[in-house]
Design a protein around this ligand. Structure first.
Ligand SMILES: Nc1ncnc2c1ncn2[C@@H]1O[C@H](COP(=O)(O)OP(=O)(O)OP(=O)(O)O)[C@@H](O)[C@H]1O
Length: 276
């Protein structure tokens, strides 16, 4: 069987078919204690994500998307089951798993350059290497002209590009993004989607990305994970067999429309889970 990469134009995955998954969810549940009752946010999630794969996660509000991502980030823990990265159980946050949220979370008192360098400084990386790495990623996200600007002078899209550069700079194995473009206007969003894919194809990290926008989910992903609510669970996984680079032509193609319709159908026509 041929091994594809995300970069060979086929849109097919990303590592050897029999390779160990980068990320593995096995029987993951998360229950919240609400006093008199328990709320099952995740009712049992099994999922493998391959090394260098880009998966997007969509589903109705409250279906447990953020809960899944927080568990993978190590910011929350499953009630039962296990999440592993490279076969190692996740038991807390790690620099190997970079997280980007909708709110930009930049340090307002630091310039773009210093924001991007921050994680490297914490990791003890020397000044010269810090600067070189920061410059590389600032350039990659198109912020070179703003390297010495402070966050308050940047647009929302520029802040999020800075957050992406900062996350990549510390060289995480896995990038976790929780609606990172949710607060941006449609045009900025499209530009950032293309830029993120460019960064992904150059840096080859595994990405899990939550969005409410079905077009965004299809445009970015190798596979779209469609979730259902009550309890939160995986409803359907839709492969996105579209070529790279993903350009405006890809977005306007009948193949894109067909996959988008399939995802929309999976999101909007979900059957309620049978009562236990
Ligand atoms: N700390 C908590 N205590 C109680 N319930 C919680 C807690 N965190 C999440 N929940 C509940 O778990 C469910 C899943 O929440 P989660 O934020 O993961 O959903 P989501 O799919 O990301 O939603 P959205 O798309 O609206 O962001 C929701 O019903 C939420 O109210």
């Amino acid at each position: 069987m041929t091994t594809h990469t995300p970069h060979d134009g086929t849109g097919a995955p990303w590592g050897a078919p029999d390779a160990e998954p980068k990320i593995r969810f096995r029987g993951v549940t998360r229950t919240f204690d609400l006093g008199r009752e328990e709320f099952v946010a995740l009712g049992g999630v099994d999922l493998d994500v391959a090394d260098q794969e880009f998966v997007t996660i969509v589903g109705p509000s409250g279906c447990g998307k953020s809960t899944m991502l927080n568990i993978l980030a190590g910011l929350d823990a499953p009630t039962t089951g296990e999440v592993t990265v490279d076969g190692v159980p996740v038991d807390g946050p790690s620099p190997d798993r970079g997280v980007i949220f909708q709110q930009y979370a930049l340090f307002p008192w630091l310039t773009v350059r210093k924001n991007v360098e921050f994680g490297l400084k914490v990791a003890g990386v020397g000044a010269a290497e810090r600067r070189a790495r920061a410059e590389h990623f600032i350039d990659l996200v198109g912020l070179t002209a703003f390297a010495d600007a402070y966050p308050k002078t940047l647009s929302g899209g520029m802040k999020q590009r800075c957050a992406i550069a900062r996350a990549y700079a510390v060289d995480p194995q896995v990038l976790l993004m929780d609606e990172p473009f949710g607060a941006l206007d449609a045009l900025t969003r499209v530009t950032l989607q293309e830029q993120l894919l460019q960064t992904w194809s150059q840096e080859r990290r595994t990405v899990a990305f939550i969005t409410h926008d079905v077009d965004e989910a299809v445009f970015l992903a190798n596979r779209v994970i469609v979730m259902a609510a009550r309890p939160g669970r995986i409803h359907e996984i839709v492969p996105v067999d579209l070529p790279y680079p993903r350009t405006e032509d890809v977005r306007l193609s009948p193949e894109f429309a067909e996959i988008r319709n399939r995802v929309r159908h999976a999101v909007y026509h979900q059957q309620a889970a049978p009562a236990a």
